[in-house]
Design a protein around this ligand. Structure first.
Ligand code: SF4
Ligand code: SF4
Length: 527
């Protein structure tokens, strides 16, 4: 039972499965205790109920109903096409962008180099010990999502989420081959003919091709793209590449081709989290029922207006439902199934233009403004409020810290580990020797010659095992571009040195050509 057919005693509720059901009030209270429904629409009726009214009309299982979205034109559809093109372009083409990092470094602009534990992003190179940058990126991503939510509800879902983008692409292919909503509905009901089989085969072939390209593009982020494309084409790529392409082909084909809106309604956690994070000022796609109701036909509305009787602008044409990619009726109020794509706005605006009424019957709005308009007040929009300021501030702060650390990051690093056993060795002449494992990290894209010394230990002699290159008692080590050198280093103090049982010392690696040094502290131990 829906819309006007509902009795006064029943109220619309949204099930956790995203379906609207009309339920009588006492039953609703009992069910709400179990947390299964949330109310949408107008406030409850307070009329006392009889025992026979305690009937729940909502099934706990909602059978899947295929959605046949109709094509639509308008501002939001154009924005969606543009963002879809942008997102797909970025995803498919980024691996082919080249970036010159010198002869010994990869020339792919964005590359996850698992073999060497590096991540390259244009001029930025992240080493394993710098994974905190990813933490920063994750914080920024979460804050951007929260900010979007505070400003425009689920606009991420409606415009940028990969599930939406690929489903939209698959819908476009379906429409191209099978026709628009009415044709698809008709064809699905008709007997299967050879022509229909051909259409279905062409659609699934195109879907599989897109899904395969999606999986193929994914693996190109993990190896040199042109080289991998060649080896994939000649069937000489590693097995793991084919495996990942297979997995992503399957998931793309299934999620965008078949599961579609069910991913948004049943599988994705974001709508549930989003509902907890939003507030009353967020602009959601809203049916302005203050303007639309009572809904009636164009002719009847004209007659009512001629007699100065109230008539809403909604002509009950259901165009807003027909274009909805999740198949819901936005006139039923805020719903879990609404991804805020704005296509119903375009559909309704087109209808309003045809019937000569002002556009914006469905719009990005909120319940505060509906209430204000009913009270004869002006709309109020509050994009700048504490919530949005906190999110924007967090983005600026974390982004600023990341930029600062990136701008001032060292390209030379050193780490030292003292031998555990033995801690110290007394030599035959009375000198004492400690051994260390020293790692030198050259983060630049060219060979570097580094001198190694210790400070805080007078008269100490430093030796690198296996290397005699030294000037004035300081060993010299060559470290390749973007490489780590692990050295075994012996530090010896002469007999009779007046030292504590444990003396702090500092290892210092210095570039012989440029003013760059790196230091690390450890201890020198006496036997
Ligand atoms: S109700 Fe409107 S905004 Fe929501 S998903 Fe459907 S078409 Fe998009
Ligand atoms: S498209 Fe507009 S006029 Fe038509 S049913 Fe939806 S809200 Fe009413």
């Amino acid at each position: 039972m829906r819309g006007q057919a509902a009795t006064a005693a029943a109220r619309p509720v949204m099930t956790t499965f995203g379906r609207l059901r009309w339920i009588k009030a006492p039953a609703l209270r009992a069910i709400r205790v179990r947390g299964m429904f949330r109310q949408v629409g107008p406030p409850p009726m307070t009329k006392p109920m009889k025992p026979e009214d305690l009937v729940v009309e909502a099934p706990l299982y909602a059978a899947h109903q295929k959605v046949y979205p109709q094509s639509v034109s308008g501002t939001f559809r154009t924005v969606k096409w543009a963002l879809m093109g942008f997102c797909l372009g970025v995803y498919y083409l980024t691996p082919f962008i080249r970036w010159d990092r010198g002869p010994d470094a990869p020339s792919q602009a964005v590359l996850v180099d698992l073999a060497n534990a590096r991540f390259y992003f244009f001029f930025i190179e992240i080493w394993p010990q710098e994974v905190y940058y990813f933490t920063g990126l994750l914080i920024i991503a979460a804050m951007v999502l929260f900010l979007m939510n505070a400003v425009g509800g689920r606009i991420w879902c409606g415009y940028l989420c990969p599930q939406t983008v690929w489903t939209d692409l698959f819908f476009a292919v379906e429409r191209l081959i099978e026709g628009d909503r009415r044709e698809r509905l008709r064809k699905d009901k008709q007997r299967v003919t050879p022509r229909r089989v051909g259409e279905l085969a062409a659609k699934h072939a195109l879907w599989l091709m897109i899904a395969w390209w999606t999986g193929g593009a994914w693996v190109l982020y993990f190896a040199d793209a042109p080289t991998l494309v060649k080896s994939l084409a000649t069937l000489q790529a590693p097995f793991v590449a084919y495996l990942w392409i297979g997995i992503l082909t399957f998931t793309t084909y299934t999620l965008a081709g078949f599961m579609r809106e069910q991913v948004c309604v049943y599988m994705c956690p974001w709508p549930r989290i989003q509902a907890a994070l939003t507030d009353e000022w967020a602009l959601n796609v809203t049916y302005r029922h203050d303007r639309g109701e009572p809904r009636t036909s164009v002719k009847k509305a004209a007659e009512l207006r001629a007699h100065r009787l109230p008539a809403g602008d909604c002509v009950d044409c259901a165009q807003c439902v027909a274009v909805c990619p999740t198949g819901i009726d936005i006139r039923d109020g805020a719903q879990l199934g609404c991804i805020m794509c704005g296509l119903c706005i375009d559909a309704c605006d087109n209808v309003m233009a045809k019937v000569g009424r002002p556009t914006g019957l469905i719009a990005y709005d909120n319940d505060i403004n509906i209430k204000r308009r009913l009270e004869g007040k002006e709309n109020v929009y509050r994009l700048v409020r504490p919530r949005t300021l906190v999110y924007a501030g967090m983005i600026a702060l974390v982004g600023g810290i990341m930029l600062y650390t990136l701008a001032t990051r060292a390209f030379l690093d050193i780490s030292v580990l003292h031998d555990r056993n033995p801690l110290a060795v007394m030599l035959s002449d009375g000198a004492v020797r400690n051994a260390y494992t020293v790692r030198l990290l050259n983060k630049r894209g060219h060979f570097r010659t580094l001198s190694l010394g210790v400070h805080g230990l007078p008269h100490a002699r430093v030796q690198v095992v296996g290397s005699d290159a030294a000037i004035e008692g300081r060993p010299y080590i060559a470290v390749g571009p973007d490489q780590t050198a692990e050295l075994r280093v012996l530090v010896t103090v002469p007999a009779g040195s007046q030292l504590e049982k444990s003396t702090e010392l500092t290892f210092r690696a210095s570039d012989t050509d440029m003013a760059e040094t790196a230091t690390a502290r450890d201890h020198f131990i006496l036997p």
